[in-house]
Write a new protein. Structure first.
Length: 591
């Protein structure tokens, strides 16, 4: 036999083996709520053993016979199991079993409930009543409740009821022991026409859906449904429709009276239109993007990623933190659903910008430099920058910062690279003034601007080293030399020098045109190198007494206009060549 565990309501106590346990009748599973020992048929009561020693076991008996499987301190008794019950308690603390006082459970007789109907009173198909009467018997005062079509009729609590509507009526009766029974259904046919109220939970339907129309219920009614005045299929008190139109229903009761309901117009709602808008379709790692569901009269939202419902995606705005394909399914105020086109969100890594190297500039007259940067689509800025060109003339001398910036719709698509550009003044190259050298001679020049320069001389004839900053020039004839110095930062400096190569003249300061064959003419040695030389001789009054402009002409012989000139000092002027050397001096004429 199983051991009985203490219930929560059983206090620990010293074993009392002489006092029999008591039995208490309660509601089922409510041991503290007392119940009558008189039980309605098909109802339940609970017998509770109390005041027994700790660790007891239990045996229940009905009429002196053990109740099968009844080994707990509680026993549930059905209403049709009336009889005398007692409980036998056995405890390891007691030498003999302890038996409770008997408890008698009595089953109350089932109520007899029936109803009857009198004759109809009133005008057919207009109004009238039929009196319904209870034919019931039971113990104690009876309580009544009338029902129409299984619906409770408020305030209908008398043993009689004036039925107005045609239909099925029942009566529930409760006796003094709260035992209840319900009468059989009675179909009552009155003169009153049936009620014909037509209702619907919504005035329209969405694409692919239905609308249910409900009419006044009556198990004995006949129904004829109409759309736009034309009869349609439907014989019950409700129909589901998928077409627009104006609906009514004609209800006929068993008395042959017919009533047409109110009209209900059913429309088809337009499908909601929803689209997803956002500031872009890209997000940075760890970033967010807000998607917005746009549409008219939207009520609920369900966001999905790759077809799966997203957590917390029940509002018009949805925060995206991952790449993927997103949609939103919405319901509008008409309870119609629609799903947006998907929007694909791309995860973008941080871009890296580069600015191609920009050379330094020597002088502001250097050619502008075209700038390049990656990724493409950015913009250049800085002093001297116009579009994608750096102009040193616009920038001026000094060190300037050039920037290349890329601006994207999100932070990780922004980037900037910078570079310092130096515009330095051009070097000054000075070979000095033009030089004269005697034919066959040479001259050393210095064009040195530093070790970072390279040099080019032109022409190369007569130059000891055309790449040297300090060559020796030995021209065979008068020559204009140009030197170009090319240095860092694209610095270029040039200068030129004219080297005049001349033959020295020997000019006698005396001659004697006396016809003795010695120094009869004024002979100037070296003129053969100056075929275009011009020689002029003047007397003391500045008169030109001799002029020679070709080497082939005769030398000065001391005569003027065929007449001998007097002894004296004469002034000369010699121009070796156009823009050449000039010799001035005096010559003595002796006889």
């Amino acid at each position: 036999m199983a051991l009985k565990l203490l219930h929560a309501h059983e206090p620990a106590r010293v074993a009392d083996c002489t006092t029999p346990p008591t039995l208490f009748v309660s509601k089922v599973k409510r041991p503290s709520v007392a119940s009558s020992t008189t039980v309605c048929q098909d109802s339940l009561v609970q017998l509770n053993a109390r005041n027994y020693p700790p660790g007891s076991t239990f045996t229940w008996q009905k009429g002196g016979v053990d109740v099968p499987n009844a080994v707990d301190s509680v026993l549930v008794v059905r209403g049709n199991q009336s009889g005398t019950y007692h409980c036998i308690v056995r405890s390891p603390l007691c030498s003999l079993p302890i038996v409770s006082a008997p408890l008698v459970i009595t089953t109350n007789a089932k109520l007899l409930v029936s109803i009857s109907a009198g004759n109809p009173i009133g005008v057919p198909c207009k109004e009238g009543t039929i009196k319904l009467t209870s034919n019931s018997s039971g113990n104690g005062p009876l309580k009544y409740q009338w029902y129409f079509e299984n619906q409770l009729i408020p305030s209908a609590t008398s043993n009689v009821f004036d039925a107005i509507e045609t239909g099925v009526y029942t009566l529930k009766v409760v006796d003094g022991f709260d035992c209840a029974n319900v009468s059989g259904a009675l179909t009552v046919i009155t003169y009153t026409p049936p009620k014909a109220d037509l209702s619907t939970s919504r005035a329209g339907f969405c694409n692919g859906e239905k609308v249910t129309l409900k009419a006044t219920q009556g198990r004995t009614y006949l129904y004829r449904w109409l759309r736009d005045g034309q009869e349609i299929n439907g014989i019950k008190d409700s129909i589901s429709v998928t077409q627009t139109g104006t609906y009514t229903v004609k209800i006929t009761s068993p008395n042959g009276c017919t009533t047409e309901s109110n009209q209900i117009s059913v429309v088809q709602y337009d499908d909601p239109v929803v689209s997803i808008t956002s500031s872009g379709n890209q997000i940075c790692p760890g970033g967010t993007l807000v998607l917005k569901a746009q549409g008219k009269d939207l009520k609920t939202f369900e966001w999905k990623k790759e077809g799966k419902t997203a957590q917390n995606g029940v509002k018009s705005d949805f925060i995206v933190t991952q790449a993927g394909s997103y949609t939103v399914t919405v319901k509008d105020t008409n309870r119609c659903f629609a799903t947006s086109k998907p929007i694909d969100i791309e995860l973008v890594t941080k871009i890296e910008t580069t600015l191609a190297p920009i050379p330094s500039f020597c002088g502001i007259t250097s050619a502008p430099f075209r700038l390049t940067g990656t990724p493409t689509g950015g913009s250049f800025s800085g002093k001297g920058v116009m579009g994608d060109v750096f102009d040193p003339q616009l920038a001026g001398f000094g060190q300037h910062t050039v920037s290349y910036s890329v601006k994207g719709s999100i932070e990780c698509m922004n980037g900037e690279s910078r570079q310092d550009v130096l515009v330095s003044p051009s070097p000054q190259l000075d070979l000095g003034p033009d030089k004269d050298i005697i034919k066959g001679g040479s001259i050393a020049l210095n064009a040195d601007l530093g070790p970072d320069y390279r040099y080019q001389w032109s022409p190369t004839t007569g130059v000891s080293d055309i790449a040297s900053p300090t060559p020796t020039l030995s021209p065979s004839q008068s020559t204009k030399y140009i030197v170009k110095a090319i240095g860092p930062s694209r610095c270029v400096a040039t200068d030129s020098i004219y080297i005049t190569v001349f033959t020295p003249l020997y000019i006698p300061d005396v001659f004697s045109p006396n016809q003795d064959g010695v120094n009869d003419t004024w002979e100037i040695k070296g003129l053969e190198d100056y075929p275009d030389a011009q020689i002029s001789v003047y007397n003391r009054w500045g008169e030109l007494i001799y002029h020679r402009h070709q080497v082939s002409l005769a030398s000065f012989d001391g005569n003027w206009n065929g007449n001998p000139l007097p002894i004296g000092v004469y002034t000369y002027h010699i121009l070796t060549e156009p823009k050449g050397r000039v010799y001035r001096g005096f010559v003595n004429l002796l006889r």
